[in-house]
Design a protein around this ligand. Sequence first.
Ligand code: CAO
Length: 443
Amino acid sequence: MSQTIEVQVPDIGNFESVDVIEVHIKAGDTINADDSLITVESDKASMDIPAPFAGTVREVKLNVGDKVSQGVLIALVEASEGGSTTAPTPLATPTPAPAAAVLPEIPPPSRPIPEVPKPIAPQDTPNPVAARVEFVPGKNPHASPSVRKFARELGADLTRISGSGPKSRIAKEDVTAWIKNELARPRIEAGSSGNGLAVLAMPAIDFSQFGATETRPMSRIKKLSGANLHRNWVTAPHVTQFDNADITDLEDFRKSMQDDANKRGVKLTMLAFLMKAVVNALRTYPNFNASLSPSGDELILKQYFNVGFACDTPDGLVVPVIRDVNQKDVMDIARELGELSAKARERKLKVEDMQGGCFTISSLGGIGGTMFTPIINCPEVAILGLSRASVEPVWDAKAKSFEPRLMLPLSLSYDHRVIDGADGARFTSHLRMMLSDVRRLLL
Ligand code: CAO
């Protein structure tokens, strides 16, 4: 015959009147020996109280928030027939009384009653309480042993989870919510060229605790470009080479063509000349006009010269592409730049307007700044950033006197898997040479 046994709070050290923070069982549950019954917490530690034997829970006597000390009744548990109660502990005081009160008269047992746990001497008793977890607020994650076990089983890192309970205690629900969030997060696939990099998740912070906030949705473009930029930033080892190009003569030439351009309805900016200079440099250094194969074993060299340009729109950044720049003159390029920029800002760009690029230019020259480190538009292998040109004192050829020269800052970011530092510097030097000599540029 089964026997209903009172399971009490065991010796929990010097802790008196500690809080019950979790109750893991309910009437009707089948439990195994060592399953956690409740979790209690003192100022310094939380601990699980384990079941001393296997059985079925008949009645739970405690609720979350109760205060308990040694000897307080946790539950009435009917020991399993034939179940192992061979790990006797002083936790369970075998008292058949409640059984008699609730159970109808039972015929004599046809099978032997399982051996009832016998108290054993304290000095022989292994610590009956499941692992105590000491916590130091602000240092260790604050979670009960059962929540720790739950997190361990699911591979959740408690140091990355914010607790919603008192003293920021991490509850089972916090672990579940964190896992759900992790699964929903876009991630770099293992085995792709992204190499399965694991990036530490940003902690979820309730900023309203520090002051008023307003939450706005991110635009679709920003969400898409953000994910791409992040991938590019973590997969391509970036190096940025800075340089300054003397564009004094080029700027004079551009101004001299302005009237003609205006008559044709074209806004002729420095960017159109930069496109020509870039194509010339791409021809000279073909590795810049290339992409890595997905396996990373081959370099795919392109025989065409399509140049993209980053365009700032109210919804975020887009990169329209001007095709076959090598076959177009600056006026055609300037016209296309204007048309594609207008389309971008009116949200009229088609997918094909943004495809097929070999290299990208990001010009912040119309806005300001001295230098910046643009992120490569992968699978391209390099991107050129342009900052605002300014007049600077430059030594003349004989280094006898300073001359006021219009200098354009160049910031070339390249993928170091494909391009070595020496070639990076050669590329910007080549651009510098092209931009300082209008004749070369227009050849
Ligand atoms: N130095 C000084 N002045 C410059 C300059 C430079 N490097 N580049 C452009 N300018 C001037 C232009 O001549 C023009 O002057 P005026 O109005 O007097 O004629 C003014 O700045 C504005 O130029 P623009 O921006 O209209 O034209 P653009 O061809 O230089 O650039 C475009 C076009 C689409 C690239 C630009 O409008 C844009 O969107 N830039 C932002 C790109 C961006 O956000 N990049 C960051 C991406 S993060 O990597």
